[in-house]
Every structure is written in structure tokens, then in C-alpha cells.
Ligand binder design. Structure first.
Ligand SMILES: Cc1cc2nc3c(=O)[nH]c(=O)nc-3n(C[C@H](O)[C@H](O)[C@H](O)COP(=O)(O)O)c2cc1C
Length: 187
């Protein structure tokens, strides 16, 4: 896939097929990720690739976090939602957590490192998209959750900035409209 076509057509995928995705595509995507620009060559990223066992633990934690929102916890409806959320993640061919380096002493470096890791995630997603593999970059409560850090074994100086859901798309959503004129000012 041509680069420009790839980056214009990439979408956040919400519905995935269960079809397996070859490990070599994941390895290629990590290689693409680590070629992202990073100031002072800090290489602030780390990729935690989940085994089936970790996937189940993360799926359960994610389902618990979502279930906390239910007022009628313990109801049939809440149990079904828990099961659905759990199964969604377990069925994904790959799930990968990405961390960046924390830096409380140097906030500028912390920002640069976060930006570099975000660029790495974009490279990762585009590399997979070139082969028709979709990704959802998820954040929210999952990335703020201490238990989640513990499950993946992230170190003290690492901040979890995304959990990537990966698989062939069941549906590719239409692109959301972008402001084209308003975002540019000639000065
Ligand atoms: C830092 C970051 C965090 C995101 N977190 C979530 C998330 O938690 N849940 C979600 O559904 N999408 C998440 N997204 C995806 C955005 O919602 C999505 O990129 C946006 O709606 C534009 O759609 P597109 O990626 O298909 O162009 C995140 C994207 C970024 C860059």
C-alpha cells in the first residue's frame, strides 16, 4: 500500500474478525514503530505483547472496570455485559500494551518522550494497516488503572499510554470529517 493512501485510509477499528494475524506482521510493525523520531534517542517506548494468559487477565480487569458503571451490578444484564466485554478482548488475535518513560524531573523530556511514543504507535498502526490489519488504540480507565500496570508488569518509571487491540477488521468505519481549512494559518 502506498504510504499516503495508507495513512489516509487507516481507521480506528471497533469490530474485529477472529482470523489469526501472523506474528511476522507484528514484528514488522514493531520495527516500524521503533524507527519513529525521538529526541536525544531516548527510545522511550516499550511494547508488552500479551500471551493468552495475560489477555484473559486483562480482559477480566477491563470487564470489571466497565461493570463498575452498572447501577444494577449482579443483574443478568450486568453479567451479560461483563461476559461480552471479556470475550471481545479474549477473541482478539493480538493485544499489546505500550508504555513510555515517565520523567518527573524533566517535564520537557517527558513531553518529548510521550510524543515520540505516540509517533511510534502511529508507525505501528500504519505498518499493520498496509497489510489490511486494523488497530484500536484504547486509553481511558484501562491505562490509568494500577492493577493493569501490575498485570502487564510495567516498571515504576513507565507510564501506560495505550492498549492496542489488533486484528483484521470486521468493519472499517467511514472517516470522520476533518477540518481542512481552519487548522492552517499562514503567518
Ligand atoms: C491517544 C489516543 C487515545 C485514544 N483512545 C481511545 C479510546 O480509549 N477508545 C476509543 O474508542 N478510541 C480511542 N482513540 C481513537 C480515536 O477515538 C480515533 O482516532 C478518532 O475517533 C478518529 O478516528 P480514526 O482513528 O478512525 O481516524 C484514541 C486515539 C488516540 C490518539
Amino acid at each position: 500500500m502506498e504510504l499516503k493512501q495508507g495513512l489516509l485510509s487507516r481507521r480506528t477499528i471497533n469490530a474485529f474478525k477472529k482470523d489469526p494475524v501472523e506474528q511476522s506482521l507484528i514484528e514488522d510493525a514493531i520495527q516500524a514503530a521503533i524507527h519513529a523520531p525521538n529526541h536525544k534517542m531516548t527510545e522511550p517506548w516499550h511494547f508488552y505483547i500479551f500471551t493468552e494468559e495475560t489477555k484473559k487477565k486483562v480482559a477480566a480487569r477491563r470487564a470489571d472496570l466497565k461493570a463498575e458503571k452498572f447501577v444494577d451490578q449482579g443483574s443478568e444484564r450486568a453479567k451479560e455485559a461483563w461476559e461480552k466485554n471479556y470475550q471481545f478482548l479474549v477473541d482478539l488475535p493480538w493485544v499489546i500494551a505500550v508504555t513510555t518513560k515517565r520523567n518527573e524531573e524533566n517535564l520537557i523530556r517527558a513531553k518529548e518522550d510521550y510524543a515520540a511514543t505516540a509517533a511510534a504507535i502511529q508507525n505501528f498502526m500504519l505498518s499493520l494497516w498496509a497489510h489490511g490489519v486494523g488497530v484500536k488504540w484504547a486509553t481511558g480507565r484501562m491505562t490509568q488503572d494500577e492493577e493493569m500496570h501490575h498485570i502487564i508488569g510495567a516498571k515504576e518509571d513507565e507510564e501506560l499510554i495505550g492498549i492496542l487491540f489488533i486484528g483484521y477488521p470486521e468493519i472499517v468505519p467511514k472517516a470522520k470529517e476533518r477540518q481542512e481549512k481552519e487548522v492552517v494559518t499562514w503567518v
